[in-house]
Design a protein around this ligand. Structure first.
Ligand SMILES: C[S@@+](CC[C@H](N)C(=O)[O-])C[C@H]1O[C@@H](n2cnc3c(N)ncnc32)[C@H](O)[C@@H]1O
Length: 211
């Protein structure tokens, strides 16, 4: 089955951006996010460069990161959906720069300029070849010792959205993600598969670094 193209993914998030943002108001309190982001802040404390969330959605992750753990690094939020970027921009104000774009094309971000890349629950909108490409893109923009933090839906094949959407998206196995990340030049430092509250799928939480 063919993955839905970016223009269809954009429409999905344009239509659901407000409700997604409301849902994230409570979801962001889950300990997985505070644990992951506080760990990231301590690992990059001495590493200069920006932090980029390449599918920032409503901006909740960057806000939590900035407000609770690290107001020193400059932050960038990118998302395919203009509505999501508008919401993120309102939420973040001067705390972050935001722009509409695809994580597959970060050509405006200089090579080696990034201390950390964050990507939560967005790679399922890429097919395997695009996922391999995005890891190479993240590797290009990252400085040495830079950190990658991602969450990905775990599984084999397509994701069932039920009545919510006709969109075709892919889940991936831990082995696939680990091997593509390694091929791109990262070292995988931590990887676990964990259940997600109220969702009948597990998530892969992975941390990697650029040697
Ligand atoms: C499930 S939401 C997750 C949002 C945010 N990362 C979070 O965890 O709250 C998926 C987001 O990925 C964005 N997205 C999908 N494909 C993208 C792409 N190619 N480049 C950038 N953003 C993309 C969508 O617009 C949407 O905001």
């Amino acid at each position: 089955m063919k993955i839905s193209p970016e223009k269809e993914v954009r429409v999905l998030y344009e239509e659901t951006a407000d409700s997604y943002s409301k849902m994230m108001d409570s979801e962001i309190e889950l300990s997985i996010y505070s644990d992951t982001l506080s760990g990231l802040a301590s690992r990059i404390a001495e590493i200069p460069g920006t932090i980029i969330d390449t599918s920032c959605g409503s901006g909740h992750m960057l806000e939590l990161y900035h407000d609770r753990y690290d107001s020193n690094h400059s932050l960038i939020g990118v998302d395919l959906s203009p509505k999501m970027v508008e919401i993120a921009d309102k939420r973040l104000g001067v705390k972050a720069k935001t722009f509409v774009g695809s994580m597959l094309d970060l050509s405006t971000i200089s090579s080696g300029s990034t201390a950390a890349v964050i990507s939560f629950f967005a790679i399922h909108h890429l097919d395997p070849e695009e996922a391999k490409t995005v890891f190479r893109v993240w590797h290009r923009i990252m400085c040495n010792q830079g950190q990658l933090v991602i969450a990905v839906w775990e599984g084999k094949g397509t994701i069932d959205y039920g009545d919510e959407s006709d969109i075709v998206a892919f889940s991936f196995t831990q082995d696939q993600i680990k091997s593509w990340i390694t091929e791109a030049g990262f070292v995988v430092d931590r990887c676990s598969v964990e259940p997600v509250e109220e969702i009948p799928m597990d998530a892969i939480y992975l941390e990697a670094s650029k040697p």
